[in-house]
Design a binder for this molecule. Structure first.
Ligand code: A2R
Length: 316
């Protein structure tokens, strides 16, 4: 199998390259923006901006993939409020460009579009675990664009008979994730306190909300299996299927650090609307691909914490 990973220089890209090539022996080609780096020893790398449809078509024709994973996105919810037009352009127009390039030059390749649990919006407690059939109700610009991408994927599958599979991923975490995401932020703060780089209080927002966290290595395994066994035109939740309070993450990290650390609520981190609980119903992906998230949350948190700890200590 030959895969083309579009947007391979981000957090998930490196893990997906590893899963497909090192673990499964697939041939991998990758795209990145000029100036970015992909961690890929044996793969062909192309510089391409997904807003350039012609360039994207050229890459598709040269790489001749059997499967295309679309990871390129403006992936920050916060930035999507600050730069809505850019987010719409990259996430919606970029996805259309990719679908068009695949339609015209893709030779029937399967396309896997990566969406988000954010598409469901602030769900009610009784809607959890969230099934794929729950109507999307996006509550931020990023979520609107991912929901549009999902609808475009279904449209291209239905209208042109293209082979398009869609994932809706809930919170995924791992080493290398930027600290704008909650688990990385908490790991970084606790590690910096443990390394003596900052005073002993950790700043948090609403830590009573419960969310669905999955190790990124489990997530990319789900993407491989969706590529192999997912059904065209269908959407699949990717998540642990469990709700974990942010408070539990904070307490686990404090325990791992072995320090006495005060928890301080920072008003600036509180969001106006926060659904109390969000977690995925993962029966569809399990039934159709056999996938299940397996990595214990504490192990992933420990690895991220230790990575930030080494980083903080090496900055001496
Ligand atoms: O924004 P940058 O400079 O970090 O570059 C990101 C890249 N990207 C683009 N690639 C091609 N053409 C563009 N116009 C363009 N704009 C941004 O896509 C970055 O290298 C990559 C996405 O990686 P991350 O932001 O780290 O996202 P992550 O966590 O790897 O998530 C992958 C997918 C995304 O579709 C998320 O929305 C979804 O999974 O959760």
């Amino acid at each position: 199998m030959k895969a083309l990973i579009v947007g391979a220089a981000g957090f998930v890209g490196g893990y997906l390259i590893e899963e497909l090539s090192a673990h499964c022996g697939w041939e991998v080609a990758a795209t990145k923006l000029p100036g970015e780096r992909v961690s890929c020893d044996n793969c062909e790398a192309f510089d391409v901006d997904i807003l350039d449809e012609e360039a994207l078509s050229g890459v598709m024709a040269r790489a001749k993939p059997g499967i295309v994973y679309h990871l390129a996105a403006q992936s920050s919810v916060a930035l999507s409020w600050e730069k809505p037009a850019l987010t719409v352009e990259v996430n919606i127009k970029g996805s259309v460009n990719l679908l068009e390039a695949a339609r015209n030059r893709g030779g029937g390749a399967r396309i896997v579009l990566i969406g988000s649990g954010e598409e469901y919006g602030n769900v009610r407690e009784e809607d959890c675990p969230i099934k794929e059939t729950l109507e999307a109700n996006p509550q931020n610009v990023y979520a609107v664009t991912k929901s549009a991408q999902n609808q475009l994927g279904r449209l291209y599958a239905a209208s042109y008979g293209m082979d398009v599979v869609m994932a809706r991923s809930f919170n995924h975490i791992g080493v290398g994730q930027p600290a704008r995401f909650v688990a990385a932020d908490l790991c970084k703060q606790v590690a910096e306190i443990a390394a003596g780089k900052r005073e002993g209080a950790i700043n948090v927002g609403n830590i009573d909300v419960r969310r669905d966290f999955t190790d990124v290595r489990d997530v990319v395994r789900a993407y491989r299996l969706l590529g192999e066994k997912g059904k065209s035109g269908e959407t699949y939740n990717v998540g642990s299927g469990k709700a974990v309070a942010i408070r539990e993450i904070v307490e686990t990290l404090i325990k791992i650090s072995g320090r006495e650390i005060e928890i301080k609520v920072d008003e600036k981190r509180l969001r106006p609307v926060d659904a109390p609980v969000i977690y995925a119903d993962t029966r569809k992906i399990r039934r159709e691909t056999g996938w299940e998230a397996g990595t214990p949350l504490e192990r992933t948190l420990r690895e991220i914490y230790e990575w930030f700890l080494r980083k903080a200590r090496s900055e001496d």
